[in-house]
Design a protein around this ligand. Structure first.
Ligand code: CP
Ligand code: NVA
Length: 304
């Protein structure tokens, strides 16, 4: 039966471990100039209703480097924009392509595509989740910290799609995760309940950034207004006062703290210019790892 990757709750611990190992192996092989033509003759379709630099290009280059082909479909240029139902589009695309990566607003739309497709569907970001991002982020943590067990991870900022996927990952992998979100912007109750995170000691929710960051090995942040929420930015700037990841906040973390951001970053809002531009910053490794992780994901779903 075909598998989808819509949320990290679709994966078991062993699936995560396989993807980390395989993505690191593929990265090493690529650095030695070895191209693994694992997906020759296979086609990945990409439907993106929201902007993307990293996720789209990482998927496209991953597919090309594995010997396959990506086809980017702008919603505006397909019959989706003229209200062809998702279930019809999904059934037709299943006759042409081998896998579909989709970025959209409503998570239910990705679920609808997955239900009606006979090919694997990958969530490339919805309002609710960004699973592929967290897979490559944990890969980055493994590479910088030697593993993810006993690593204290702090989330500082909005209780958004990326944070939700961190909660899911922490629940499956038993990660030590503390999330600080301002009142009114915390993680949705249904996300916490679905992950079973309300009964897990390893996942702590707070509204105090210093409490989350205290002795942390990893500090992660993301924009205060996600795609589709731009009109709320002014009010959010007030709500998120004190939540900027800057040198003062990081002084509460371990001295060798690894700072991560999924990017794009808004300098002077959720992260300071100094932290973003710090020598040895890992943000660019983090972005690169998306391509290697996407290869591992594509291989595991298309060749399943
Ligand atoms: N991190 C991330 O998903 O970036 P893009 O929006 O550029 O794809
Ligand atoms: N939370 C951000 C992530 C971008 C990669 C957004 O949804 O816009």
């Amino acid at each position: 039966m075909k598998k989808d990757l819509l949320s990290l709750l679709d994966l078991e611990k062993g699936d995560f471990q396989h993807l980390f190992k395989r993505a690191i192996q593929l990265k090493e092989r690529y650095s030695k100039g070895i191209f693994d033509s694992l997906l020759t003759g296979k086609t990945l379709g990409l439907i993106f209703d929201k902007k993307s630099t990293r996720t789209r290009i990482a998927f496209e280059t991953a597919m090309i480097q594995l010997g396959g082909h990506p086809i980017y479909m702008s919603t505006q240029d397909t019959q989706i924009s003229r209200n062809e139902p998702a279930k019809d589009t999904a059934r037709v695309l299943s006759r042409y392509i081998d896998c579909l990566a989709m970025r959209t607003f409503d998570h239910e739309l990705v679920e609808e595509f997955a239900q009606s497709s006979s090919i694997p569907v990958i969530n490339a970001l919805t309002d609710s989740f960004h699973p592929c991002q967290i897979l490559s982020d944990i890969m980055t943590i493994i590479q910088h910290k030697g593993g993810y067990e006993n690593v204290k991870i702090a989330w500082v900022g909005d209780g958004n799609n990326v944070a939700n996927s961190w909660v899911n990952a922490a629940s499956v992998l038993g990660l030590n995760l503390r999330l600080a979100c301002p009142d009114g912007h915390s993680i949705r109750r249904d996300i916490i309940a679905n992950a079973g995170a309300d009964t897990m000691d390893n996942i702590v929710f707070t509204n105090d950034p210093k409490e989350a960051v205290k002795n942390a090995d990893v500090v992660y942040t993301d924009v205060w207004a996600s795609m589709g929420e731009e009109a709320q930015l002014e009010g959010r700037l007030r709500a998120f006062e004190g939540f900027q990841v800057n040198h003062e906040l990081l002084s509460h973390a371990k001295s060798d703290v690894l700072v991560l951001h999924c990017l794009p970053a808004h300098r002077g809002e959720e992260i300071s210019e100094q932290v973003l531009e710090a020598e040895g910053a890992a943000f660019w490794d983090q972005a690169e790892n998306k391509r290697h992780m996407h290869k591992a994901i594509l291989e595991s779903l298309i060749l399943a």
